[in-house]
Design a protein around this ligand. Structure first.
Ligand SMILES: [Zn+2]
Length: 83
């Protein structure tokens, strides 16, 4: 299971990959990824998926693709706990 740190960082991944995340948070994600193979794998997979979509002429990865990806990685609880 991913740690709390992983969940927190991965919940911001789409912004990170879109380049919409604050520089400080990007640095935090990169620092964590350097020592966390799980998160490296997630980011690699997500980036590949996004590249495929962009190659196909679509700018955005549909939300359901992200959801599926998170589910595969057992991260689909992300964002559901907060009320
Ligand atoms: Zn991690």
């Amino acid at each position: 299971m991913p740690s709390e740190t992983c969940k927190n960082l991965l919940s911001q991944l789409s912004d990170y990959i879109d380049g919409e995340l604050e520089e400080e948070l990007c640095a935090e994600i990169e620092r964590h990824m350097a020592e966390c193979p799980d998160c490296q794998a997630v980011v690699n997979t997500l980036e590949k998926t996004i590249v495929l979509y962009r190659t196909a002429g679509r700018a955005e990865v549909p939300r359901d693709v992200q959801t599926r990806l998170y589910k595969v990685l057992k991260l689909d609880q992300i964002g559901r706990g907060a009320t």
